[in-house]
Ligand binder design. Structure first.
Ligand code: THU
Length: 183
C-alpha cells in the first residue's frame, strides 16, 4: 500500500508569569510544532498486531496486566521488528515494562533510533488513552532513543485501541513527554 502522510498538529500555549510578593513565577507553556511523518499504514497496522501478540508472552502473575511492544529502529538497515513484553518479579520493583524490554533489546543489538514503536495493553483495550499509554519511565526511555534530526524526529508511537474502527492512537515523543529530561 502507498505511504500516507500523517500530520501531528501543533500544540501552542504561551508561558504565563505570575507576579507575587514572594517573587515572579513562570507557568511553563508548550510549543510543539506541527510534524508531518510519512508511513505505510499496512506496516503500522501489522506492527500493532505484533505488539498485541507479544503481550501474550508477558510474565504477569501479580498484576495480570499484559503489555506487548514492537519496535522498528530507523538505524536498522534490515528494518526488523523487535518485540518485548512486561516481565514482573516477586520483588515488585524488579518488574520491567513491555516497552522498555522491547527498546532495550533493540538497543542491545546496537540500534539507537526509534522509527515506529507500537504497544498494546491487551487487558485494557477499549479503555481511555490513559489506560493504554506508556508509563513515565518508558516515555523517558523512548526519549533517549529518539533524536532531533530528520529521521529521529519522524518517530511515531502507536497505541493499540482494540477498536475495530481505529487501529491505533498515534502520538510522538514531544506530545507524550513535553519537557522530557535531556543532558
Ligand atoms: N506496564 C507496562 O508494561 N508498560 C506500561 O507502560 C505500564 C505498565 C506493566 C508493568 C506491570 O507489569 C503491569 O503493567 C501493571 O502495572
Amino acid at each position: 500500500m502507498a505511504a500516507i502522510e500523517i500530520v501531528l498538529p501543533a500544540v501552542e500555549a504561551e508561558d504565563r508569569v505570575v507576579e507575587t510578593a514572594a517573587g515572579r513565577f513562570r507557568v511553563a507553556g508548550v510549543r510543539i510544532p506541527e510534524k508531518r511523518v510519512t508511513a505505510d499504514p499496512e506496516l503500522l497496522r501489522d506492527l500493532v498486531k505484533v505488539a498485541r501478540a507479544a503481550a501474550a508472552k508477558a510474565h504477569v502473575p501479580y498484576s495480570h496486566f499484559h503489555v506487548g511492544a514492537a519496535v522498528i529502529m530507523a538505524d536498522d538497515p534490515e528494518g526488523r521488528i523487535i518485540t518485548g513484553a512486561n516481565i514482573e518479579n516477586a520483588s515488585y520493583g524488579a518488574t520491567v515494562c513491555g516497552e522498555r524490554n522491547a527498546l532495550h533489546a533493540a538497543a542491545a543489538k546496537g540500534f539507537r533510533k526509534i522509527r515506529f514503536l507500537a504497544l498494546s495493553t491487551a487487558d485494557s483495550l477499549g479503555g481511555p488513552l490513559q489506560e493504554r499509554s506508556p508509563c513515565g519511565i518508558c516515555r523517558q526511555v523512548m526519549r533517549e532513543f529518539i533524536d532531533r534530526d530528520e529521521s529521529g524526529g519522524a518517530a511515531l508511537i502507536l497505541i493499540d485501541t482494540g477498536d475495530a474502527n481505529f487501529t491505533a492512537d498515534i502520538v510522538d515523543i514531544d506530545r507524550l513527554l513535553p519537557y522530557g529530561f535531556r543532558l
